[in-house]
Design a protein around this ligand. Structure first.
Ligand code: ADP
Ligand code: GN1
Ligand code: MG
Length: 372
């Protein structure tokens, strides 16, 4: 497939921006889609911006199904927000259809593109600069879960099959190790051993799901801090974005992925592991905020398993980064060699920290649960 840049002028022509387009440039820090910000210049007011994205062909095989999910979920969220007196266009994404009326545009090389209004007066943070910001993201993701409580889960397509199937992720890692197509196994044996020593852990949440202990809900499945836009004035979580993976899933995974990414003070690809440490205070802050946002929608069992969500999302992400490293960096965008191995190492370090603080994490969850 040709590069996203090569198709830009064709794609810009496929949408009605309501004003002349003055430029489109790459934007954001996502690992998956090709994201551009489009600037337009209406005659009578200041510049209006849009987010134009080519959905990753490596990640998403059925953009039609993906966009059916997103239009369904954003319409539903919009109605819920309006009913509760919220600001529809700042608190939920809105899909802007191309001129042909479809939910997305397919370019001549087969790339699938979608358009959203840019949610203005918001900030997208890459690290939790203050505990208050992290709490805001927790409330927002908890609220997201609550707002979608009544969404008909059976109508959602599985946009990435086995997305948080940790057992399957481990299987794929083993296959990549056995194939060793890039001759990289010799560079990451300690990380492979670390993960394989935790094989039994990979089944904990899935077993609880199979046994009916944990319920399937409509979940976001990619709850990184940079997937919520914060109001630039109040710092409150304003709009949840990156809805590609909204599917039936486990609430503990939504909680856990936020902890994985946000309850520390380092970048996901930090190479100095002495800087990568779980911040237990941030874990406590997020737990309280997530439960507050979820507003009583979680069962006792879900609350009890929250620390497992954190550990499993971190371990699983480490598995995914390592697998991608071994097969030659096909899935996660990289900007330097070995970046996916560095990302895997930070995840392993965080898993170790979680294990070291395990009793404390469980006690925090129990304490927070008694408050909400
Ligand atoms: P990816 O799956 O690649 O992470 P995202 O949908 O998260 O793609 O978008 C990448 C980045 O673009 C986000 O982290 C955010 O900074 C920005 N972004 C996405 N949608 C919007 C929007 N509607 N308004 C403002 N910024 C946005
Ligand atoms: C990807 O799309 P983005 O950058 O928000 C990935 C997540 C990983 C994350 C690791 C669809 O998230 O699952 O946890 O990178 N999204 C997809 O940073 O695979
Ligand atoms: Mg994202």
């Amino acid at each position: 497939m040709s590069s996203a840049e090569e198709r830009l002028s064709e794609v810009l022509g496929a949408f009605d921006f309501g004003a002349p387009v003055v430029g489109a440039i790459r934007y954001g820090n996502g690992h998956i889609n090709d994201t551009f910000v489009v600037h337009t210049q209406p005659e009578d007011c200041c510049c209006r911006r849009f987010i134009l994205q080519r959905m990753s062909p490596a990640a998403f095989k059925r953009p039609d199904q993906l966009m059916e999910n997103i239009t369904g979920v954003t319409d539903y969220l919009g109605r819920e927000i309006e009913q509760h007196g919220g600001e529809r266009d700042r608190e939920a994404l809105r899909v802007i259809r191309p001129r042909n009326g479809e939910p997305y545009y397919t370019d001549q090389a087969g790339g699938a593109w979608r358009l959203y209004p840019f949610v203005e007066r918001t900030i997208c943070y890459q690290t939790a600069e203050t505990p208050e910001l992290f709490a805001s993201s927790g409330r927002a993701f908890g609220r997201f879960q609550r707002l979608l409580q009544g969404y008909p889960a059976e109508t959602l397509h599985e946009t990435i099959p086995h997305f948080h199937d940790t057992e399957d992720r481990l299987r794929k890692l083993k296959e990549a190790v056995a194939a060793d197509s890039m001759d990289r196994v010799k560079l990451c044996q300690p990380e492979i051993d670390f993960i394989l020593a935790r094989e039994a852990d990979c089944s904990v949440a899935l077993k609880a799901l199979r046994e009916g202990v944990l319920p399937l809900r409509v979940t976001h499945n990619d709850t990184k801090l940079n997937n919520v836009l914060m109001d630039e004035t109040t710092g409150e979580g304003m709009c949840i974005i990156d809805l590609d993976t909204v599917m039936p899933g486990l609430s503990i995974n939504d909680f856990g992925d936020s902890i994985r990414f946000g309850a520390n003070h380092s970048a996901e690809d930090e190479t100095d592991l002495s800087k990568v440490n779980l911040d237990v205070e941030l874990f406590a802050t997020y737990t309280a905020a997530f439960l507050e946002g979820a507003g009583g929608t979680l069962t006792k069992a879900e609350v009890k398993y929250l620390p497992w969500g954190a550990k499993l999302m971190t371990l699983e992400c480490g598995i995914r980064f390592l697998t991608d490293y071994l097969v030659g960096d096909e899935y996660f965008h990289i900007s330097r060699e070995h970046q996916n191995l560095d990302r895997c190492r930070t995840q392993c370090k965080l898993v170790s920290d979680m294990e070291a603080h395990w009793d404390e994490l469980n006690a925090i969850v129990e304490r927070c649960a008694s408050l909400f």
